[in-house]
Design a binder for this molecule. Structure first.
Ligand SMILES: *[C@@H]1O[C@H](CO)[C@@H](O)[C@H](O)[C@H]1NC(C)=O
Ligand SMILES: *[C@@H]1O[C@H](CO)[C@@H](O)[C@H](O)[C@H]1NC(C)=O
Ligand SMILES: *[C@@H]1O[C@H](CO)[C@@H](O)[C@H](O)[C@H]1NC(C)=O
Ligand SMILES: *[C@@H]1O[C@H](CO)[C@@H](O)[C@H](O)[C@H]1NC(C)=O
Ligand SMILES: *[C@@H]1O[C@H](CO)[C@@H](O)[C@H](O)[C@H]1NC(C)=O
Ligand SMILES: *[C@@H]1O[C@H](CO)[C@@H](O)[C@H](O)[C@H]1NC(C)=O
Ligand SMILES: *[C@@H]1O[C@H](CO)[C@@H](O)[C@H](O)[C@H]1NC(C)=O
Length: 405
């Protein structure tokens, strides 16, 4: 029965995503109940609206494989004199997500605003493929070549240049790194490969490394991964759930509507596991308006491989010849937590179906330099960015941890 409901959720999710994106292109709003203005705002507009100074470096960070990424910065309240002594901290979003998801709640409830008020200079990466990082020096984002990447390339190419960009702008030698979900995985892999001391402390919210024990609706799609991947790739050339203004339509038409709000909830639940008692229900239109953010089909397939193998490794091209050509070995390179020697703090949650407690236990048992281990009862995967009790359960601890580091 539970399986059946999950399957229904997945179908609702996939069909409504298509309907919603179609809707954005034509249908006009017919009624408006309450509308938060953030529904129609971009990153810096939201930051300014909440009273913060904001900078956008649009497509200004070029990776060695030609992608142009956008970096955001929040640095103090508007009208304050900007102190040069603020220390940088780097935030990296999760899967099907973007920098904007960190700032969807008001100033007293969003981690970046709380960090800024605590005296930090807050920087945000945007991985290739989300709506802020859709440019390449050679390809346009409708081409298959553009979408030929997974989290592997984000760790290999996006993260190093983004970190260098921030260190260069601030003159700092190193900084704490706070990742959520996929942001933790690419931080882990980057550190395993480089042992870079540019990241002083890796704070992992909903840590992703091993995925053998995920639960929830996505799990049901695993047996169909090859066929679904092929269908998606044929339809979209490899892009997966790109953001478009259909989400704003969904926000104002479904998420505000007393009868349709459950469809809105199902979409949010299926995309990012939003199903929490700490969710501000009246703010759902804001979350929905900025969700989903795009990634690649290959990224999803890479995760599916990890669920099947239970291992954390680079993308498996399927045959030893193909892996040989790519990696010079017949199996893709495999990573273990022992290789991550950076100081790490993990924040995990009881009801997180993606960063499942069993998989998190592997990290707990194997990270050689685990400094803090915070377990939050009752939270799920999205609570790390939008829970209304985020200040007391998480943000204040993070401020203490990076102050003392
Ligand atoms: C949404 O985007 C489409 C295509 O970019 C545009 O034609 C349409 O007017 C937009 N709708 C709204 C409500 O902004
Ligand atoms: C944050 O401020 C809003 C009012 O702007 C209030 O409704 C909410 O309870 C506050 N949240 C916390 C966690 O204090
Ligand atoms: C996929 O790529 C082909 C060839 O570049 C192009 O003609 C087509 O419009 C693209 N399809 C999409 C959905 O972007
Ligand atoms: C940042 O990069 C520029 C150009 O490469 C260089 O001139 C400058 O010295 C760098 N600044 C810092 C603080 O590293
Ligand atoms: C919940 O969201 C509504 C709408 O944005 C807002 O007015 C209210 O202050 C929020 N409540 C809390 C506890 O943050
Ligand atoms: C997972 O890694 C272990 C240890 O290296 C290996 O023995 C096993 O074959 C891997 N599993 C798969 C399905 O690749
Ligand atoms: C591949 O491995 C062989 C044997 O270890 C080595 O000689 C060769 O240089 C490697 N090639 C690359 C591209 O790393």
């Amino acid at each position: 029965m539970g399986q059946f409901i999950n399957l229904l959720l997945v179908i609702t999710f996939l069909s409504s995503t298509f309907l919603i994106s179609a809707a954005g292109h034509g249908w006009k709003p017919t009624y408006r109940l309450h509308e938060d203005p953030e529904i129609y705002m971009n990153f810096c507009q939201i930051a300014n609206y909440q009273g913060f100074y904001c900078e956008e470096y649009k497509n200004q960070v070029q990776t060695t494989d030609g992608y142009l990424l956008t970096i955001h910065r929040i640095n103090g309240r508007l009208g304050e004199t900007r102190s040069a002594s603020r220390k940088p901290v780097f935030l990296q979003h999760g899967l099907i997500s973007a920098s904007i998801h960190f700032i969807m709640n008001p100033a007293n409830e969003s981690l970046p605003f709380i960090l800024s008020d605590a005296g930090y200079d807050v920087w945000f990466g945007n991985s290739r493929g989300n709506s802020y990082s859709l440019k390449h020096i050679k390809y346009n984002n409708r081409q298959k070549e553009f979408w030929d990447f997974s989290w592997q390339e984000m760790a290999l190419y996006d993260l190093p240049v983004s970190i260098d960009f921030v260190l260069n702008k601030t003159g700092a030698q190193s900084m704490p790194y706070i990742g959520h979900s996929q942001g933790t995985l690419i931080g882990f892999i980057h550190q395993a490969l480089t042992k870079s001391n540019k990241i002083s402390h890796l704070i992992a919210l909903a840590p992703i490394f091993h995925l053998g024990h995920i639960e929830g609706p996505y799990k049901l799609l695993i047996p169909f991964k090859s066929i679904l991947g092929k269908i998606f790739e044929d339809i979209t050339n490899g892009s997966f759930l790109p953001w478009n203004n259909g989400s704003q339509w969904e926000a104002t038409h479904l998420c505000n509507h007393p009868l349709l709000v459950d469809i809105c909830k199902a979409v949010l639940f299926a995309t990012c596991g939003v199903d929490s008692k700490y969710l501000n229900q009246t703010r759902m239109p804001v979350y929905a308006a900025h969700t989903p953010e795009g990634c690649s089909v290959k990224d999803i397939l890479h995760y599916a491989q990890m669920v099947v193998s239970g291992n954390c490794s680079f993308y498996d091209y399927g045959t030893s010849e193909r892996n040989m050509r790519k990696y010079n070995q017949s199996r893709p390179p495999l990573f273990t937590a022992q290789e991550i020697t950076t100081p790490v703090t993990i924040f995990s949650a009881e009801h997180d179906t993606l960063a499942n407690p069993v998989d998190v236990q592997y990290l707990r048992d194997n990270l050689p330099n685990l400094i803090n281990d915070v377990y939050i009862q009752d939270w799920d995967h999205a609570d790390f960015i939008i829970a209304i009790n985020l200040p007391t359960k998480m943000a204040r601890l993070i401020v203490d941890i990076i102050k003392s580091a």
